[in-house]
Write a protein that binds this ligand. Structure first.
Ligand SMILES: CC(C)(COP(=O)(O)OP(=O)(O)OC[C@H]1O[C@@H](n2cnc3c(N)ncnc32)[C@H](O)[C@@H]1OP(=O)(O)O)[C@@H](O)C(=O)NCCC(=O)NCCS
Length: 191
């Protein structure tokens, strides 16, 4: 089920494209922040770590086998400014499962950019990769994150109560998902 995508992927206001080494400063600008790292597995990044991560991600833009991860940089179409990133992980080849994620620079929160970019990634997952179900996970306290999932029409499937320790305390995790037929049945305006 390996597939080739043509980049960039354009939405109304955004451009999704593979990472390049030139993205290090833009990535560092948001990944160094405590408020961005708060609900992520990684802590705030140093410039050195951001450089390593961007170097790795620059090669992660196709999905050829189960377990592969695709990370795309998101920039504004109106000016070439990198404002965040989205990811799609191919979790299951036989069961056709995928997982999405997103991280945006707080300077660009509150405009619907994360929702718009992630919607494009759901399209890639269902229309190009042929996935059957796409899910996402977030901390229950990460309201901004689960609101993105709800705007995309994803259903809350689980609330895992105190299922793990995370950053010194019990973790509460939400799982959201959408099936291919639910995606196809959504409002065609995409809202
Ligand atoms: C999760 C995260 C990407 C959400 O960012 P966000 O700005 O809230 O999400 P969007 O870009 O989709 O913007 C949605 C907001 O913009 C508003 N908005 C303004 N114009 C809009 C438009 N044209 N379309 C949609 N929403 C719009 C929405 O009303 C919404 O605000 P609300 O939640 O107060 O109602 C952001 O909080 C983040 O990067 N957090 C740190 C990293 C992280 O935790 N990632 C998730 C890990 S699970």
């Amino acid at each position: 089920m390996a597939f080739e995508l043509r980049y960039p992927i354009e939405t109304e206001r955004l451009r999704l494209r593979p990472f390049t080494r030139g993205d290090v400063d833009a990535v560092f600008a948001y990944r160094k922040r405590e408020d961005v790292a708060q609900h992520l597995f990684d802590g705030p990044m140093t410039h050195e770590t951001a450089t390593e991560v961007v170097g790795l991600r620059a090669g992660q833009f196709t999905l050829a086998a189960e377990g592969d991860k695709m990370f795309l940089a998101v920039e504004l179409r109106e000016r070439p400014e990198m404002i965040g990133e989205v990811s799609l992980i191919w979790r299951g080849a036989v069961s056709r499962q995928g997982e999405i994620g997103y991280i945006f620079n707080p300077l660009h929160h509150g405009h619907g950019y994360a929702t718009e970019a992630t919607r494009a990634l759901l399209e890639v997952g269902f229309d190009r990769l042929g996935l059957h179900r796409i899910y996402a996970r977030c901390a229950a306290a990460n309201t901004a994150s689960w609101r993105v999932m709800e705007r995309l029409g994803m259903r809350r499937e689980a609330h895992l109560r105190e299922h793990a320790f995370f950053k010194g305390g019990w973790d509460e995790e939400l799982i959201y998902a959408i099936l291919e037929d639910e995606w196809r049945a959504r409002d065609p305006s995409g809202r």
